[in-house]
Design a protein around this ligand. Structure first.
Ligand code: SIN
Ligand code: MN
Length: 274
């Protein structure tokens, strides 16, 4: 299916919630059969040793794999579906390309945290993307509960601009021999938001952890303040996250560009299928 009118996937209520809160959860958004295909594809992708694969500090548990839409046909086709790419066009308001994709595993019992952070500062400083007109589209491949390390948001914080005050120096603990770009992908965030800034925003706006069954899709703004805690449960929390960007807002940094699997240079618009 070719989506001619880009405002046909998300309804007005969903778009209003996204603009107000900085996120929107679409429960049961993808068919169970597709979720099963994606979960099977993810198992294969996670098993491949590659620089795209980031391990937890224990060195044996997979934390993330970057750029699966570039290597796996099931992921590639899914990222072009109207439910994801069409919805991203609704949010951004123009044709989109894929800036980044990743599978975040959050393994049972051992999956580590993501500290409080915003995403856009990485795409601004490291990739030279001039405007925060991107959207994260997170597909739940497992049920997300309060126990398996759900994403936690400060609603409305996407309107606060870039909040990080400091850049952590040196490699993150446990990744001393890794390439420099790994410092943007571990449990220790490179761009740190001060605790008093987080506390002020949480006091006024609260915190929300959207939860739902596998097949739900969580759309969130690149400037929303977010974190996720360790997975203390015996249930995994595998998530496929695709970052769509407007075609008029491409990466521009040329000095020391991150690998293509972290930051796309090819801004060819996604052609939607289903
Ligand atoms: C997570 O998967 O829990 C974190 C993802 C993110 O910080 O964007
Ligand atoms: Mn993030």
């Amino acid at each position: 299916m070719q989506v001619a009118d880009p405002t046909t996937v998300l309804d007005a209520e969903a778009l209003a919630a996204y603009r107000r809160d900085g996120f929107h959860l679409a429960e049961n958004w993808l068919a169970a059969e597709l979720v099963q295909q994606l979960a099977a594809a993810a198992t294969g992708i996670l098993g491949q040793d590659s620089p795209r694969r980031i391990m937890e500090r224990d060195g044996v548990t997979v934390r993330s794999v970057y750029g699966p839409h570039q290597t796996d046909p099931v992921v590639a086709r899914t990222c072009r579906r109207a439910e994801l790419a069409g919805a991203a066009m609704d949010i951004i308001g123009e044709p989109v390309y894929i800036h980044q994709s990743k599978i975040n595993v959050k393994a049972a019992f051992v999956g580590d945290q993501w500290e409080w952070h915003q995403d856009y500062i990485y795409w601004l400083h490291d990739d030279g993307i001039h405007n925060p007109d991107l959207v994260n589209v997170a597909v739940f491949l497992d049920e997300v509960t309060e126990f398996n390390g759900p994403l936690t948001f400060v609603p409305g914080s996407h309107n606060e601009g870039v909040l990080a005050a400091t850049e952590k120096q040196g490699p993150p603990m446990g990744y001393e021999d890794a390439p420099q770009w790994v410092s943007t992908l571990t449990a220790d965030e490179k761009y740190q938001v001060r605790p008093d800034v987080i506390a002020r925003l949480v006091r006024t706006n609260g915190m929300v952890s959207p939860k739902g069954p596998a097949g739900s899709v969580l759309f969130f703004h690149p400037n929303i303040l977010h974190a996720s805690s360790q997975n203390i449960s015996p249930f995994g929390r595998t998530t496929l996250i695709t970052v769509y960007n407007g075609v008029s807002n491409p990466a521009t940094s040329t000095g020391n560009p991150r690998p293509e699997f972290l930051a796309a240079r090819d801004a060819t618009p996604v052609r939607i299928n289903s």
